[in-house]
Write a protein that binds this ligand. Structure first.
Ligand SMILES: Cc1ncc(COP(=O)(O)O)c(C=O)c1O
Length: 370
């Protein structure tokens, strides 16, 4: 039986058509009509007028910080419960991260802790709020806090394409937002990202910085340090074929999440990531929490049993405030995400997961109970 992966790429079948168009037109470069169209289509989908296609979500977060002029001496408040790519760009920019723990009710940034961090640390100039596992943060409260302190909000929407917040598409809640099209995401370009904003000036500046910051001149003229962060026209072609099926992919992940909830509903000691009342997540990954006292099993026993069946699962993110590389960074709270790391597991959630394989995941999990 083939290995069951956590969240593998799921092709639409139209990728070759778009790729052939790119090859036939000889636009095999980090610019071209597929890139332009991919930017326009994503901008329309998330209802944010300006978009910049980039080589990764990490690059998008980095450029967001650079166009805000964030650097040495500045602090950036960042969700602690996330993948390291949310925080690394703060260090690339020469600034320092300040970690903010998750709210138990949503697993996303706790607005109360953010309020404390902003009150106590005048050096904070921006907030990186992470839409965890495809669920938006509590943006009404976070936006209000940012506005009070005149701090810029960067939405890390790497995991939340296709989710909603109060009926609006994820990505329009921050002053800037970053998406990822890494191979494990809801849609993929194999690797890629997008930076979006209502502020045209920021996106145009980021566009210039993404191609080594060339000034307008017949020769190569530079007045600032640039980067090589643009997305290939070939990868944008793949992205367009993927974007066309986004609603199906989100619906499939939400269906898989609902089925896990149904199949495990009566199992003591197993609970799911809570769905916040203010939006609809894309269920990028289905996450469970195992209470060993009630469940008669534990997270690691389940993970190893699944692995023995050639089924990939993964502990929840190890929070940034517990990462050796960020040991010196200040943190607000920390208990919530630390507890979730100990007991939480991401189950196979790819939109191509078959009913049979999902049943095998559940049966293997249940068989670990004492
Ligand atoms: C929350 C979060 N932020 C940022 C990233 C970075 O995206 P990329 O892998 O495209 O650089 C990812 C995913 O990889 C992510 O999950």
């Amino acid at each position: 039986m083939p290995r069951v992966y956590l969240s593998p790429p799921h092709l639409s079948g139209r990728e070759l058509e778009y790729l052939t168009d790119a090859v036939d037109s000889n636009w095999v470069a980090p610019l071209g009509p597929q890139v332009d169209a991919f930017e326009q289509e994503l901008a329309a989908l998330v209802d944010v007028p300006n978009a910049l296609a980039l080589s990764s979500g990490t690059a998008a977060l980095h450029l967001a910080l650079v166009v805000l002029g964030i650097g040495s001496g500045d602090e950036v408040a960042c969700s602690s419960f996330t993948f390291s790519a949310s925080a690394n760009p703060v260090v690339y920019a020469g600034a320092s991260p300040v970690f903010v723990d998750a709210d138990e009710a949503t697993w996303t940034m706790d607005p109360g802790l953010l309020e404390r961090a902003l009150a106590e640390r005048p050096a904070i100039r921006a907030v990186v709020a992470v839409d965890l596992y495809g669920q938006c943060c509590d943006y009404d409260r976070i936006r209000e806090l940012c506005a009070e302190r005149d701090v810029t909000l960067i939405q890390d929407a790497a995991e939340s394409l296709g989710a909603t917040y109060r009926g609006a598409a994820a990505g329009g809640q921050g002053d800037l937002a970053a998406f990822s099209f890494n191979g494990n995401k809801v849609i993929t370009t194999s690797g890629g990202g997008m930076l979006v904003s209502r502020d045209r000036g920021w996106i145009e500046h980021a566009r210039k910085l993404s191609t080594q910051a060339r000034d307008v001149a017949p020769h190569y003229e530079h007045t600032e340090i640039g980067f090589n962060y643009r997305l290939s026209n070939l990868l944008a072609a793949v992205g367009r074929a993927q974007l066309a099926v986004l609603p199906d992919r989100v619906a499939a992940r939400r269906r898989i999440n609902a089925r896990y909830r149904k199949l495990l509903a009566d199992v003591a000691g197993i609970s799911f990531m809570p769905e916040a009342p203010y939006g609809e997540g894309n269920c990028w990954l289905t996450c469970i929490v195992v209470d060993p006292d009630d469940a008669g099993t534990d997270r690691e026993r389940i993970r190893l049993a699944l692995e023995a069946e050639d089924i990939e699962s993964r502990p929840l993110w190890k929070p940034m405030h517990l990462q050796p590389v960020f040991a010196a960074a200040p943190a607000y709270g920390g208990e919530v995400s630390a507890g979730l790391l100990e007991r939480g597991l991401c189950l196979p959630s790819g939109s191509s997961l078959s009913d049979e394989d999902q049943l095998r995941v559940v049966e293997t999990l249940l068989a670990t109970r004492a």
